[in-house]
Structures are given as structure tokens and as C-alpha cells.
Design a protein around this ligand. Structure first.
Ligand code: PEP
Ligand code: MG
Length: 765
């Protein structure tokens, strides 16, 4: 049964639209369970009814016409209770509701299971039999399992279809306005712009839909790509002749026949003639054939789907290489949309044009989101239902406060959001005046504010905002936008820029922290569970040659400036700290021998792993300072992946356990009279900053964009009121309650301009 289940899920997941998803579902389930009927009812938000959307066995004419409210019929009851109902004879059930048009009067046995997605009932999947009999437990388990797996696919296809208005029967009509998609708020701010899709090279699935600007040009491009692929294949075949059997070599002939002008290419040309650009036409034709072959029962034929995909990929590669010569023209207010937004992609759009970011995957604490925050670019991540291929060139509103986007916004919505954009600008201009003023509370408590950097542009931005030092320079970011590890000399140059720009203010450089969601293209780390894998100091201790080059470069860059601090990420054990310290000492000794005059910099560790929390005091004895990486600490304390949008709602920075750990760390480090800073994102939230100040943190290191807001918050409260706030928060047991308390307190302190603006409420489609 598992094989059947997998096959159904695979077939359904490659279907092109919702109607196809539903048609495949009812057909395959009916066949697999050998029932007489299988139907799907889907919830319609406008009418709040469950509409028959596909059936195998009932009257097909009823599709789209028949619907039930949650109080009607057994289907309604399944939806209302959100649990399966299995009946030997549905006619005897008090909720049975006879509908003439549906042709149900012949079927007694009934099994209905809810289709649940993110705690909501999307619809009901039903099988029926003529005879009176109870579906057995294994049949019920099969349908429940299948429904749980299909729910995500149906939800996605449903959301994808919401680009167009649908009549009850699911037929698309005109393009909708204000189509709302929900994701995770990742960088605050609002922007109204135009979508540019960042696609992954040679990836058919990520090719966007686009109209051809010049049909003849698209056809000529395709022709060139086909010639090139035919040539590649003939050459490979020639090179392998003699080394592989004749039979194996015959596969290349099959490839070449598929590329014959009247085979696959004729279908692609036809799609271009209908107005698609070549890459989109290629994607549609190839994926359609892949689906057909994959669904074949014969294993040999089913395997051929891989060959077709491979061919498609080769043609795409050539098409994209040709395109590379033609410059992409970016609109003024470009909103970059990617299936998986990576830190390296932030540099794709020319300076000054990137105004918003959207990612289908990822979450608010993914590194791309953190960088977006430091750049002040409104960002929404984890918009899992977004039909990103269809959105190239669409107008969009990105609401980085609520984590929502609106495609094809109406004039009214644009006006409402434009007012927010203007208000934000006014606040930002006012906050600029704080630049040269210290972060000092009304009762005279002084708290230094440092910044987190990583991008080249961060230095200028940070100085403009009046940063007093760098609390975290994420050295891995410049490593990510290259093709190989930088040499010692190259690293010296980039570190020197940071150190010089900030001298005599301190600059805390973190040693390479790769792994997790920070991958180097030239040093791939493939792991089942990367957050618990080879990350940060674990990688660099295993590769002393990389660590030593980096430490030497940091030390040499600091010569004569003496404002360097070195920080070690992701430490878990004392032995790791000792080993890293030994290597730093060795690098220093070597450089002294080589004649450099370098002062030993302070070295510190990051507390990011729960095990480190309980060893803060021991670490503090070994090092010069402690810095808390609350982003990772939160993910590990709560066991919530910081990159997973599915559990983004559980990533609670104000969870009482997190706050308790933060409180504990500062006290433990102070027992050893060591300086404690925090560079996680909680410090960049005004409420969080006040709590951390009250806990006794010596420095807050925040992104440059939020620094003025934090300064404003500190300057407008007294330390004693912040202490009172901390005391009241300590007595609360729930993250949401704490959040509420912070919001209310900010208002009471007269800081409501730092809280989220009023966002117009719109219905989700
Ligand atoms: C952290 O984990 O809080 C931190 C500052 O490091 P990063 O976000 O780069 O993992
Ligand atoms: Mg970290």
C-alpha cells in the first residue's frame, strides 16, 4: 500500500493546476481502494460551503454546482468535527442529506476524511460503495494518510489558482486584485514595487512564465540551443563509443531522435507561437512529458522521464547562456522574489533599485532575512503557497510588518500602504537627528550601541547611524559571494577596511561561521540536519589551515590600529575554546617571528548553544568577553529550526525559557567580571533592548537599520522603569503574554511610533 500511496502523491504533486490535482486524486484513489465512488469537496471562503469539486462515480454534472454547509449532510459533519466518519449505511445516519442532482442514492457505505492544512479544514475526501459494509481499519488508515499528504499539495494548487477569480466549478475568469499570500515577517517596512524573479540556473522548475517580446527571436534562440545540445550529445556519444556497449550507446540515438525537429521541439515551437518565451515553453513541454512517462506502469518507460528532464536541462542551460549576454533590465522599485533567497542573491539587483524581498522558503531568522534587516529592505519569507513562476513583472505590496504580500493591488490598497510608507519616512528622518547623541536613559544610564555587519555597504551605513563599534562582523558573508576561499592577502584587505573605518572604535570579527543556512558554493556541506551538524567552530577546528589563514589575516589587518576583537561562534565545550585559543596564540607568535608588531586582541566566545549557557562562567575565565547569539540560542533552546516557515510561529524570542537563559548568562559572566554583549536580533527590537539593558548587558549590537530606533527607545525611558518592566515580564509564563506586555509598555513609555503601524486588514484568497 505504501508504494501505491507514494505513487499517488507523486502523480498529484506534478499536476499543473488544482483541477488536475483533484481529477488525479479521485481517479487514483478510486482505483487504489477499488471503490465505486471517490469525490472531493473543497471549502469555498466566499460562501463558507463545501463544494463538490471532483468526482469519480457520482454525477459529473453536479461538479461545481452542489455544495453543503458545515451543518448539512455527513460531508458537512466530517468538516465540522474535523475527523473521519466511517458508516456502513449512510442513509441511516441522522445527518444524511439527500441531494437529487448528485446521484448518491445508490451508495450506502460511506467513508469521509477531512483534508487538513495548517489546522484548517480545506475540504473532505469521500469514498462510497453501493453495498452496506463498513470500510475496514486499513482502508480508513490509508485514506487518512493520503489525505494528510495531499493537503499541502491541494493547498498550494488552490493558492496558485487564486491568481484568477474562480466560479464555483473552478473555471478561471478574470485576474483578481489584492491577492494576499501569508508568510513570515522578516524585515519590517512596507514597499510597493514590481516583482523580479531570481531563478536558479539550469533548473526547469524555477523557470518563470513570461510573454515573448519577440517571437522570432525566441524561436531563433531555441534553434541555436537545440543545435548546441545535438552537437554535445553527438560528441559524448563519439567519445564513449568503444568504451560502452552498443546498446548503451544507442541511448544517445534516442536522445537525438527526441530532439528531431518534428519531435519535442515542434511542441516547444508551438508554445512560443502562442506567445510564451522559449524557456517557459521548454519548461511546460518537458515537464508535461516527464509527468506522462513517470506515471507509466512499465518501469523501463517510467525511467525515461529522467532522460527527458535531463535533455530539457541541457537545452535550458544553452538558452540561459545566450540570455546571459543580454542584460536584465531591473525596474526602479524591484522586489526580488526567489524560491530560496540566499545572502548571495541580495547583490543581484543593482544598488538603489532593490526595494523589497520575498522568499518562498526560509524564515525570519534565516541569514538572508538578517541581512535584509540590516539593509532596511522590507522582506517576507516563507510564503510557501506562492506561485512564484507566474509573478514576474507583477505589481506587489510587501508588508514586512505582518509578513504578507498583496499581488496586483487595487488603487485603494496602494493608497493605504503609501500612507504608511510616508509616515515611516518621517519617523526615519526624525531619528536621524539622534546620530551623534549617546544612548543614555532619562536617569543617566549609558548603554553603548554597536552594530552587526557583513556586507561591504554596512560600514558606511553603520557610521551614518552613529554606531560606537562593531559587535559582530559576520566574516562568512564575503566568503559566500566568491568562487573559492579568499587568500590571506585578500582577507587582510577586506578586514582592514572595516578596522580602519571604525578605528579607534572596537571591531569584533567572528571567525568563519559556515554551515546551517550559510553555504559556500565551493565548500558544499550536505547534511540531513545541518543545524545540528558541522557548523561554525566545528568546521574551522577540523580545518586549521582555513582557521589559521583567517586569524593571521585578522591579526595582520589590525597592525597599528589595535581595535580588533576576535570572536568564536557555536562553541559547545571548553576543549574547543582551548584549542582555538592555542591556534590564535600560535598565529600571533608566528607573525611576531615574521616581524609584525601586533598587539594581542581580546578574544571572546559566543553563547549560542544551550550547553554553553551552563558553562558561561567557565568560558568567561578563559576568554576576554562573552557575546550572546540569541538567534541560534533560541532555535536550540526551543528546538525550532530558524529557517523553517512551518514552525516560524513557534520561534518565540520572548519565550520565558529564552529570557531566563539570557538573564543567567549575564549574571554568570559578570561573576568573572567579564564584559557581556548580545548580537542576536532580539537586541534590535525596542522591547527586547529595554529588557536586555535592565538585565545588565554591557553592549547591544544591532543591525544598522534598527540602531536609531533602539537609541530612541533608550533615551526615552528611565533605567528604573526598564527594571520594573523586566520584573513584571519575569513573572509571566507565556511568550505571547510577554510580547503583549512589551507592546503595552512601549505605548505607556510614549514609544508607540516604534511599534508596528496599523496595517489595512485584507482577506486572504
Ligand atoms: C546568533 O546566532 O544570534 C548570531 C548572532 O549569529 P548568526 O545569526 O550569524 O548565526
Ligand atoms: Mg549564530
Amino acid at each position: 500500500m505504501l508504494k501505491v500511496l507514494r505513487q499517488i502523491v507523486q502523480d498529484v504533486s506534478t499536476a499543473p493546476d488544482l483541477n488536475a490535482v483533484l481529477a488525479i486524486t479521485v481517479g487514483r484513489v478510486q482505483k487504489a481502494m477499488q471503490t465505486e465512488v471517490c469525490s472531493v469537496f473543497l471549502h469555498n471562503q466566499d460562501t463558507a460551503r463545501y463544494v463538490l469539486r471532483a468526482t469519480h462515480g457520482l454525477n459529473p454534472e453536479a461538479v461545481g454546482k452542489v455544495s453543503l454547509s458545515p451543518d448539512e449532510g455527513i460531508v458537512g459533519l466530517v468538516a465540522k468535527r474535523a475527523e473521519p466518519i466511517n458508516l456502513e449505511d449512510a442513509f441511516m445516519h441522522p445527518s444524511f442529506h439527500y441531494i437529487d442532482a448528485i446521484g448518491e442514492d445508490l451508495f450506502h457505505a460511506f467513508l469521509g476524511v477531512p483534508i487538513m492544512h495548517q489546522r484548517k479544514v480545506l475540504g473532505v475526501l469521500v469514498v462510497q460503495q453501493r453495498d452496506k459494509r463498513r470500510f475496514d481499519e486499513s482502508e480508513e488508515a490509508f485514506l487518512v494518510t493520503l489525505s494528510a499528504q495531499l493537503a499541502g499539495i491541494i493547498a498550494h494548487a488552490h493558492a496558485t489558482g487564486s491568481m484568477q477569480t474562480e466560479s464555483l466549478d473552478g473555471a478561471p475568469s478574470e485576474i483578481r486584485k489584492d491577492i494576499r499570500y501569508d508568510g513570515v515577517a522578516a524585515a519590517s517596512g512596507v514597499v510597493i514595487g514590481e516583482i523580479v524573479v531570481a531563478s536558479i540556473p539550469a533548473d526547469l522548475d524555477s523557470v518563470v512564465d513570461r510573454d515573448a517580446e519577440d517571437i522570432e527571436q525566441e524561436k531563433a534562440d531555441l534553434k541555436r540551443a537545440l543545435v548546441a545540445v545535438r552537437k554535445d550529445i553527438s560528441e559524448v556519444s563519439k567519445n564513449l563509443a568503444g568504451r560502452i556497449s552498443k546498446d548503451e550507446n544507442a541511448l544517445f540515438d534516442v536522445y537525438l531522435r527526441m530532439l528531431d525537429d518534428n519531435a519535442l521541439p515542434s511542441e516547444i515551437y508551438a508554445k512560443i507561437d502562442q506567445g510564451s518565451w522559449a524557456q517557459g515553453a521548454l519548461r511546460e513541454v518537458i515537464l508535461e512529458h516527464v509527468r506522462t512517462f513517470a506515471a507509466m506502469d512499465d518501469p523501463y518507460l517510467s525511467e525515461r522521464s529522467t532522460d527527458i528532464k535531463d535533455l530539457g536541462k541541457r537545452i535550458l542551460q544553452h538558452l540561459q547562456e545566450d540570455m546571459g549576454d543580454r542584460q536584465t533590465v531591473y525596474p526602479e522599485n524591484a522586489v526580488l522574489l526567489a524560491d530560496e533567497l540566499t545572502p548571495a542573491m541580495l547583490g543581484l539587483v543593482p544598488d538603489g533599485k532593490l526595494s523589497g524581498l520575498i522568499s518562498v522558503t526560509g524564515s525570519g531568522n534565516s541569514h538572508a532575512a538578517i541581512l535584509a534587516r540590516s539593509m532596511g529592505i522590507p522582506t517576507v519569507m516563507g510564503v510557501v503557497d506562492l506561485p512564484f513562476r507566474r509573478l514576474e513583472g507583477e505589481r506587489v505590496i510587501v508588508d514586512g510588518y505582518s509578513g504578507r504580500i498583496y499581488v496586483n493591488p487595487s488603487t485603494e490598497l496602494v493608497q493605504a500602504f503609501s500612507r504608511i510608507v510616508i509616515d515611516e519616512q518621517i519617523v526615519a528622518d526624525e531619528l536621524k537627528e539622534l546620530r551623534d547623541l549617546p544612548a543614555i536613559t532619562k536617569d543617566g544610564y549609558r548603554l553603548p550601541l554597536w552594530v552587526n555587519t557583513g556586507l561591504a555597504a554596512d560600514v558606511g551605513r553603520s557610521l551614518e547611524q552613529g554606531a560606537e563599534g562593531i559587535g559582530l562582523y559576520r566574516t562568512e558573508i564575503p566568503f559566500m559571494i566568491r568562487d573559492s576561499f579568499p587568500s590571506e592577502q585578500e582577507q587582510i584587505e577586506s578586514y582592514r577596511t572595516q578596522l580602519e573605518a571604525f578605528a579607534p572604535r572596537p571591531v569584533t570579527m567572528r571567525t568563519l561561521d559556515i554551515g546551517g543556512d550559510k553555504a559556500l558554493p565551493y565548500f558544499p556541506i550536505e547534511e540531513e540536519n545541518p543545524s545540528l551538524g558541522w557548523r561554525g567552530i566545528r568546521v574551522t577546528l577540523d580545518h586549521p589551515e582555513i582557521f589559521m589563514v583567517q586569524v593571521r589575516a585578522m591579526l595582520r589587518a589590525s597592525e597599528g590600529l589595535d581595535n580588533l576583537r576576535i570572536m568564536l561562534p557555536m562553541v559547545t565545550s571548553v576543549s574547543e575554546v582551548e584549542e582555538a585559543l592555542r591556534q590564535i596564540d600560535r598565529a600571533l607568535a608566528e607573525l611576531k617571528e615574521e616581524g609584525y608588531k601586533i598587539k594581542k586582541p581580546p578574544v571572546g566566545v559566543m553563547i549560542e548553544v544551550p550547553a554553553a549557557v551552563y558553562q558561561t562562567r567557565r568560558f568567561a575565565r578563559l576568554v576576554d568577553f562573552i557575546s550572546v547569539g540569541s538567534n541560534d540560542l533560541t532555535q536550540y533552546l526551543l528546538a525550532v529550526d530558524r529557517n523553517n516557515p512551518r514552525v516560524a510561529g513557534l520561534y518565540a524570542s520572548y519565550h520565558p525559557a529564552v529570557l531566563k537563559a539570557l538573564d543567567f548568562i549575564v549574571h554568570e559572566a559578570h561573576k568573572e567580571r567579564k564584559h557581556v554583549s548580545i548580537c542576536g536580533e532580539i537586541a534590535a527590537d525596542p522591547g527586547g533592548a529595554l529588557l536586555l539593558m535592565a538585565m545588565g548587558y554591557d553592549v547591544l549590537s544591532v543591525n544598522a537599520n534598527n540602531l536609531p530606533k533602539i537609541k530612541y527607545a533608550i533615551r526615552n525611558v528611565s533605567f528604573s522603569r526598564a527594571r520594573q518592566l523586566l520584573l513584571s515580564v519575569r513573572s509571566l509564563h507565556d511568550a505571547e503574554e510577554i510580547h503583549q506586555e512589551l507592546r503595552q509598555s512601549l505605548k505607556a513609555f510614549g514609544l508607540s511610533r516604534l511599534t508596528r503601524p496599523m496595517i489595512p486588514e485584507q482577506k486572504k484568497h
